[in-house]
Design a protein around this ligand. Sequence first.
Ligand code: TRP
Length: 339
Amino acid sequence: MVQTTQPNAAGKDGSMTRRRIMSGMRPTGRLHIGHLVGVLTQWVEFCKTDEAFFEVADLHALTTAFEDTSAIKRNTTELVLDWLAAGVNPERCAMYVQSHIPEISELHLLLSMITPVSWLQRVPTYKDQIAEFGSEIATYGFLGYPVMQLCDIAIVRADTVPVGKDQLSHLELGREVVRRFNHLYGATLVEPQGTLSEFPDVPGLDGRKMSKSYDNHIEIADDAATTTKKVRSMITDPLKIRRNDPGRPEICPVFALHRMVNAVRVPSIAETCRSGALGCVDCKSELSTKMNEVMAPMRERRASLDEAQVGAILSAGAEKVRAVAKTTLADVKTAMRLP
Ligand code: TRP
């Protein structure tokens, strides 16, 4: 069952049911503002209301980047800096690196024994990625990608997994493996549910979905001048050529970004764009000013942190998670009657 993420519901007596949230990202480079509004703002809220585990999935990165691993360490730091910049609070969650938790790898081996290859071959991302990148990426480890993802989740017994649409098939597979395990060896593992972000896709500079691979993105780490320059280069309604031409805000990516950072001004911007009174140059200039205002504290936070602090946060995170992970792994081995 897919749910949209809701603020945590208060129980009858007013108490909150704390969910156990787990999510992760592969360390592939700096994040952009699409990640910020779509994902990280949710993570910030989960830290306040729930028990949260956020993982740098470096082993998952290896499934496709095994030939050149030189960027994984640097990208791990950059990724965590972006999380911290966005306001994810390491005191109120666990932030850690997948390969620092050997229990995940051990669980992966155990669960791989009960996972039929045919289930993995049916996962749409597996088929799609091979169609896109060719069969050279089809390693043994890559086939097991969703099993490893399940182990990330299952090792901390998370019940709720915020992810993008493309990841829901991995959770589906994960639940089937959990059911098979619990059926074979007795109820031990938790069936995780996916929750989708309630934010729409964020458009990039060219109007397509914001994505590093399209090079149409604004990074969280971009400075104010770069942001202003990028916003100035954005496409707008192609039929609005001169200032007084009426525009169509509903198809304009600049307007879509106003909705995200400049909500109070949205009705007036829509009206003056439609009437022609507002020109695209002024509209963009207001957007970059507002965006820089919103981003300034994040950039400051990012710049105030160094690699050593990130390292300390990640080792504290690993320590927290390993305590939980050891218990889960012990329960799994007991259930499997390993000697
Ligand atoms: N596969 C996820 C992605 O590419 C990243 C990921 C790894 C993940 N482990 C996870 C997400 C566990 C949720 C839970 O986006």
